[in-house]
Every structure is written in C-alpha cells, then in structure tokens.
Design a protein around this ligand. Structure first.
Ligand SMILES: Nc1ncnc2c1ncn2[C@@H]1O[C@H](COP(=O)(O)OP(=O)(O)OP(=O)(O)O)[C@@H](O)[C@H]1O
Ligand SMILES: [Mg+2]
Length: 236
C-alpha cells in the first residue's frame, strides 16, 4: 500500500439493527485520505457522520467492508485487531463538540493524562504536555482550571490533548460548533498546522461554511455513500 495514505476504506457498510427494523446508514463507501490532509465531512443531521468517524476510530463496529489505518488493516468483515482500545490509544486523537476536559483537573493535568495512560513517567508526560500547550499557544494557562478558560481556549487544550499520543489520525466531530466565527477560524488554523507539520490526517465534521476554505477537501455522505467535492475557494 502507498505510504502516503493514512486512511483507506473499502466497501464499508453499516446497518443498525437487524431484519425489519434495520436502519441502513452506509451502503458501500470506498475512499482514501492522505497523510497531512484536512478533510471536512459535511452531511445533513442523521446522515451518518458520527457513525462514519466512530467506525474509522475503531469505536463502532461496521457491518462489513475494510478499514486500513496506515499500513495496518484493522477491519475486514470483523475486527482484525485484538484490542481496539490499544489502536485508539496509539493511532487516533478525538476532538468533540464539547471539549470534554475534566473539570477538577487543571489544563496541564488534562493533557498529561493521555501520556500517563500510555505509560510515560510523570516528568516525560509534563514535558510533552508543556510542548503541546506551547505549540497551541495556550501554555500560559497550564495551571488554570477549564472553567477559567474561554470556549476557544478550551478547544485548543482539547487539540493539545488529542495530540498527546502522537496520533496519525485526528477525528473531530464539530469541533468549532460551540465557538464564534473568529475562534472557529483559529481552531481550524491550528488543526491545519498540525496536519501540515506533523503529517496527521484530519477528518472534521462541520456545519460551518466559514471553515471550509481552510480544508483541503470536502467529503459528503450522499445516498448512503461517501463522495468527494472540490472546494470553490481555498486558503492554502
Ligand atoms: N446506536 C444506534 N442504534 C440505532 N440507530 C442508530 C444508532 N446510532 C445512530 N443511529 C442512526 O444512524 C443514523 C446516523 O446517525 P449519526 O449519529 O451518525 O448521524 P450524524 O450525521 O452524525 O447526525 P448529526 O449531524 O445530527 O450529528 C441516524 O439515523 C441514527 O438514528
Ligand atoms: Mg453526529
């Protein structure tokens, strides 16, 4: 397999339920996403955006098809890996609409948690967290609590946390939905910087037209399959 590819999906199918009550969400999606690419995922509510992200993220089991993450085939009509948690911890960073930072830990502690869970020493975890907070221009808040930060600042911390395990892939489900225009742009710019500098593939669900020009491609779910659209306007 070409080593520029971060995510490859072949003939992916997802139904919820069985028999008469079965809901068909994805009926045969095939696509590739390259390393270093920022892809916007757009589709109406209920079309299957979160479902698709969660399958790629090894959280939700597909019905059939294939999923490759880099050189590793993780799903082929069944999970090919013993431990989906391990693959998530090693390869994937998640960012959600709400930042889901832990309110009783400070910013630094929220970010170190990931490295500590992966077995790093406290010293290593702190060093890594500080680097990430500096990278996301939020290091001055390291000792603050999440309640003392704005929505956009917390979302930058959530990006730092998503980067703490050096993921190859970041899956973001409406990361800017709770933010105003200016803060949304700052978050998407940060994501783009991460994609370019760290060669991470990013899929971000969005309903926000303003952030589209910062993405490389638009992916849509249409007629229960995945199609790509060119951007009208692009900011490189
Ligand atoms: N666990 C489940 N059991 C049954 N049906 C489900 C389940 N999860 C999702 N669905 C159905 O699958 C479809 C896709 O849901 P999904 O959450 O992926 O949509 P979405 O595109 O993310 O929507 P939104 O923009 O509202 O977040 C919906 O029809 C939903 O009702
Ligand atoms: Mg959703």
């Amino acid at each position: 397999m070409d080593n520029h590819i971060a995510i490859q999906v072949k003939n992916l199918v997802k139904n919820f339920g069985k028999g008469e009550n079965s809901v068909k969400v994805i009926e045969g999606a095939s696509f590739e996403i390259n390393k270093g690419e920022v892809v916007a995922l757009i589709a109406p509510s209920g079309a299957g955006k979160t479902t698709l992200l969660m399958m790629i993220g090894c959280v939700l089991e597909p019905t059939s098809g294939e999923i490759w993450l880099g050189e590793e085939r993780v799903y082929h009509d069944k999970w090919l890996i013993q431990d989906t948690r391990k693959i998530r911890r090693e390869k994937i960073g998640f960012i959600f609409q709400a930042h889901y930072l832990i309110p009783f830990l400070n910013i630094m502690e929220n970010v170190t948690l990931v490295s500590l869970a992966k077995g790093a020493s406290e010293k290593e975890a702190k060093k890594k967290a500080m680097e990430l907070l500096e990278y996301l221009e939020i290091a001055d808040k390291a000792n603050n609590m999440t309640s003392q930060l704005s929505g956009g600042q917390n979302q930058r911390v959530a990006i730092a946390r998503a980067l703490a395990n050096n993921p190859q892939i970041i899956l973001a489900d409406e990361p800017t939905a709770a933010l105003d225009g200016e803060r949304s742009i700052s978050v998407i710019k940060m994501l783009k910087k991460v994609a370019r500098e760290q060669n991470v593939a990013i899929i971000t669900v969005t309903h926000d037209e303003r952030i589209l020009p910062y993405c490389d491609k638009i992916m849509k779910i249409e007629n229960r399959t995945v199609v790509f659209h060119e951007l009208d306007e692009k900011i490189v």
